[in-house]
Design a protein. Structure first.
Length: 302
């Protein structure tokens, strides 16, 4: 499977500081949001799973983000008490957290995934069959045992779509979720990683620009895996040992991309984008101060 280099560059690590050392706990990734009326800038955000943030906040653990610098070192950024956006209508069934998050791409070795506000609620609804049962997918994620001492080193995990159920999926850490099921072995740290698919070449046309990034189709965000009790499996026999939390089924849970788009383009975040737009029009700050990414102006054609 081909994996474009810029895909790995979208990934950052989320974690805590212990005695001055960053300890990664989960994955996050960088995305860009757009406003139709503002063609010259994009709005950068950080995306990860809500349940990881909630667990750290309950324990009052300060949250940090670790990024790669172009000089080969890392930069650890405190996220403090910044406001994360959850899904405005269905936070209980959408394990997604989004934070406005600007990084200097001239200094940091990262890239943003462009996410447009026109992702199909069901990939099958478009008739293009970009994603269906059996489709090969991959996730770019943290692997804590080999995360890198001097630099974030994400890993690639490959699997396939196992099911696209209409019912909610019960999970241990985030309740019942709207999700896809994938056959992709997960481990601690995979939560929050972006998931992609490589479509058949005949379907990877330029007409799909808003669903694709380079050669890849953005599928969603990895919540984690299902344990045996999550799917209602029970031990059989009088002397059989009961399932434990560690009984891994090999099935992962992916939050669909359209749920992330809904979270990203919700009323509160759109209002924040509009306020930035007003400040920009009034020339009340640089792109860096306002937290936007300048885009090259498009040439008029025709």
């Amino acid at each position: 499977m081909f994996v474009a280099d810029e895909v790995s560059k979208s990934v950052v690590f989320i974690g805590a500081m212990e005695e001055g050392v960053f300890r990664p706990q989960a994955t996050g990734f960088l995305v860009l949001a757009y406003q139709r009326r503002i063609p010259d800038v994009a709005f950068p955000h950080l995306v990860t799973t809500a349940h990881v943030l909630a667990a750290m906040q309950r324990k009052r653990i300060p949250i940090y983000c670790c990024l790669n610098r172009r000089d080969g070192s890392t930069a650890v950024v405190p996220l403090g008490n910044k406001k994360w956006f959850l899904h405005h209508e269905e936070p209980q069934t959408t394990d997604v957290a989004v934070l406005p998050f600007w990084v200097d791409l001239d200094v940091l070795d990262h890239d943003y995934i462009p996410l447009f506000n026109r992702v199909e609620r069901s990939p099958r609804a478009s008739g293009l069959n970009l994603l269906n049962v059996g489709a090969e997918i991959f996730a770019i994620s943290l692997y804590r045992a080999g995360s890198g001492a001097e630099r974030n080193i994400p890993i690639v995990r490959i699997g396939n779509v196992a099911s696209m159920p209409e019912d909610l999926i019960p999970t241990r850490h985030a309740g019942d979720l709207t999700a896809y099921l994938v056959e992709l072995r997960s481990s601690t740290g995979l939560s929050g990683s972006p998931v992609f698919a490589n479509p058949p070449l005949e379907r990877a046309s330029r007409s799909l620009d808003e669903a694709m990034w380079g050669e890849h189709v953005f599928v969603g965000l990895m919540h984690g895996h299902l344990d045996a009790p999550d799917i209602g499996e029970e031990s059989r026999g009088e002397h059989a040992a009961p399932f434990t939390v560690g009984s891994h089924t090999g099935i992962g849970v992916v939050i669909p991309g359209w749920k992330i788009v809904e979270t990203l383009y919700q009323p509160d975040s759109l209002a924040q984008m509009r306020s930035v737009t007003s400040a920009r029009r009034a020339q009340e700050g640089s792109a860096r101060e306002l937290g936007v990414i300048p885009l090259p102006r498009r040439r008029k054609t025709g």
